[in-house]
Ligand binder design. Structure first.
Ligand SMILES: [Fe+2]
Length: 281
C-alpha cells in the first residue's frame, strides 16, 4: 500500500503560560513568530523548513480555533517531539543550550554497528519533552518538505522531525492508523508498546540521519529520557486529502472537510488535519 500521507506540517501544543512559551520558542529555540494573539491564547511559530508550531493556551469559554472547535481540538499535553538539526551541528546545539541555561540529556540511538546517532533531550516551560536529532542534508531519503536553511546563530534547528502520541487502546490504534487514515506502519519495538509510522508514501528505515519525518504511537508510558507520548494533540499532515477522506468515511470517524482540508477527531482525542499544500509562511 502507498500511504496518502506525505509529510508532517505542524504540531499544536497546549501551554499554561503563553508569553513564557513564546519566549522559549522564539529566544531559545530560535523559531520565527508568525502570529501572536494574547486574547485568543494563540501563538504560531515557523521553522526554517516552513513547518509550524502552534502554542495554544486554553481560556475558559473560548476556543483557540473556531474552525477546529467543531471536533473539540486542543493543543497536546506533555508531547514528546523532535526537531531536525544538520549533521555536524550537535556541539553548537550543546553550547547554545548551555548558554541559555537549559539542562539536557543525551542518548545514543544508533545500533551497535552504526556510527553514533545522538538524541539530545530537554524540556520546554510547559512540560513538553523536546529532542534534537542530526539529519544528513545529502541523504537520499528525502521528505516532501525539505529541511530549511541553517540559522546563522543560536540553536541549529531546521525543521520538525517527529511527534510521539499516546494511545490508551494500543491494539486499536495499531489497526486504526493504517486502515482509517493510511499511515505507513514501519515496525514496533519488542520491549515496549511503541509503533513507528513513516510520514511518507512507504515505510522506511529510521535512523542513520534520515531527513524523513515520523509519527510514533505509544501506550501511556514513560519513554526514553523520561518523556511521555502526548495526549489530545492536534497534528497537521501533508496528504492526498481525497484518499484519506475515503478511508476516514469508511471507518466512520468524526470529521469535516472545508476549503483548507480534512479534519478528523481520532477516537483517542487527537485531532489530525490533512491538507494538500503547505500553508505559505
Ligand atoms: Fe524521540
Amino acid at each position: 500500500m502507498t500511504s496518502p500521507i506525505r509529510d508532517l506540517l505542524s504540531l499544536t501544543l497546549e501551554v499554561n503560560h503563553l508569553q513564557k512559551a513564546r519566549d522559549f520558542y522564539e529566544k531559545v529555540i530560535g523559531l520565527q513568530v508568525l502570529s501572536f494573539d494574547e486574547d485568543q491564547g494563540n501563538c504560531t511559530l515557523g521553522f526554517p523548513s516552513g513547518q509550524r508550531l502552534n502554542l495554544w493556551m486554553p481560556v475558559t469559554r473560548q476556543q483557540n480555533s473556531e474552525r477546529l472547535s467543531r471536533v473539540r481540538a486542543r493543543g497536546g499535553t506533555h508531547v514528546h517531539w523532535a526537531m531536525q538539526i544538520p549533521r555536524g551541528t550537535l556541539q553548537r546545539a550543546r553550547e547554545h543550550l548551555g548558554q541559555s541555561g537549559i539542562p539536557w540529556q543525551e542518548i545514543n540511538l544508533a545500533s551497535e554497528d552504526q556510527p553514533a546517532d545522538i538524541g539530545l533531550y530537554f524540556w520546554d516551560p510547559a512540560f513538553h519533552g523536546l529532542e534534537l536529532r542530526e539529519v544528513d542534508l545529502q541523504d537520499e531519503r528525502f521528505p516532501e518538505v525539505p529541511p530549511g536553511d541553517l540559522p546563522e546563530t543560536g540553536l541549529p534547528v531546521v525543521g520538525l522531525r517527529e511527534v510521539a502520541l499516546a494511545f490508551e487502546d494500543y491494539q486499536g490504534m495499531k489497526e486504526r492508523l493504517p486502515e482509517a487514515y493510511g499511515f505507513a506502519f514501519l515496525k514496533e519495538m519488542e520491549e515496549r508498546n511503541f509503533a513507528q509510522f513513516t510520514l511518507g508514501p512507504e515505510p522506511e528505515r529510521d535512523g542513520l540521519f534520515t531527513c524523513r519525518r515520523w509519527l510514533y504511537a505509544w501506550d501511556p508510558q514513560v519513554g526514553l529520557a523520561d518523556m511521555l507520548g502526548g495526549e489530545h494533540a492536534t497534528v497537521q499532515f501533508l496528504a492526498d486529502v481525497d484518499a484519506v477522506e475515503a478511508r476516514v468515511k469508511q471507518a466512520g470517524l468524526e470529521h469535516f472537510r472545508d476549503q483548507t482540508g480534512l479534519v478528523v477527531r481520532d477516537p483517542e482525542g487527537h485531532v489530525f488535519e490533512f491538507v494538500e499544500e503547505a500553508p505559505n509562511a
